[in-house]
Write a protein of this length. Sequence first.
Length: 230
Amino acid sequence: MTRILIAEDDENIRNLLSTYLRVSGFETESVADGNAALACMAGDVGYDLVVLDLMLPGVSGLEVCRQIRKEHSVPVLMLTALGEEDDRVRGFEIGADDYVVKPFSPRELVARVKAILRRRQATDEVPADTSSGGQSYPIQVDLAGKTCTFAGKAVDLTQSEFVIISALVRRPGVVFSREELIDLLYPRGGSVVPKAVDVHMHNIRAKLGADGARLIETARSFGYRAAKAP
């Protein structure tokens, strides 16, 4: 059964989320502060997704997300009362996969959770011998294993970053608009600021390093593309 960790300090919201997710067929575990969330993740008990409140007592949600990203690729759905675009972008900058603003519809949140998990399942169902970029291309993506390597070295990507880089390197030279990349991330819709794609791209380039970053080109006013193989 799919397991979801809920980190939310408001007991009413915590119980509401747990109820809706359980009714939808998920197994949940709930904690009320950042330290408890980190303790759960340290146990490596196999969570499939984390619903994470930004304003947690003890250790903030932002810091919890940073620590999760150091060790895990588990998807993170950020939950917060802060609704400004800059706040949402901060969440994406540290590795969040999606963002829901309070007050929210529990049904919408469950739909977002399912959408994130569908994206992960879609890569799981790719045949094991599927790779991308061609054997001579410096960036290699294994869709089945959900791994990315550059010049033979592993690149640790979040799920959203992996979706984006997979699309680009499978079709070097082809420009993907921000809207097209958002559609890949959220195939059934979702309220996501277009700037989120730029943030994900910035993170991808940083992880690839200076040499790898040159392979991810910006098509000004249009979007992004992977450079053709050298």
